[in-house]
Write a protein of this length. Structure first.
Length: 84
């Protein structure tokens, strides 16, 4: 959950990709803005959540801004909840 928006980061469209190979989950994450201070918070939350997934022994989070995040990346229920 995004602590500022109270919407999960998947529905916000912040997760660009997930792959699991040889027990390592690779998460491609973006933020709503490059200056957002929540990157370490999200990384810790992702790692904590994936501890519970069978077969995942390691988590690697990569931050990207390509392509830039825009509100159209949000799920429709997230857009509605946030007034978009």
């Amino acid at each position: 959950m995004d602590p500022e928006l109270n919407v999960n980061i998947v529905d916000l469209g912040l997760i660009y990709g997930i792959t699991v190979k040889n027990g390592t989950a690779n998460i491609l994450l973006t933020l709503t803005t490059p200056g957002c201070p929540l990157s370490p918070v999200f990384e810790a939350m992702i790692k904590e959540a994936l501890k519970e997934v069978n077969g995942v022994n390691n988590v690697r989070v990569e931050l990207t801004f390509i392509p830039p995040w825009t509100p159209d990346k949000m799920a429709s229920q997230a857009r509605t909840a946030l007034g978009f």
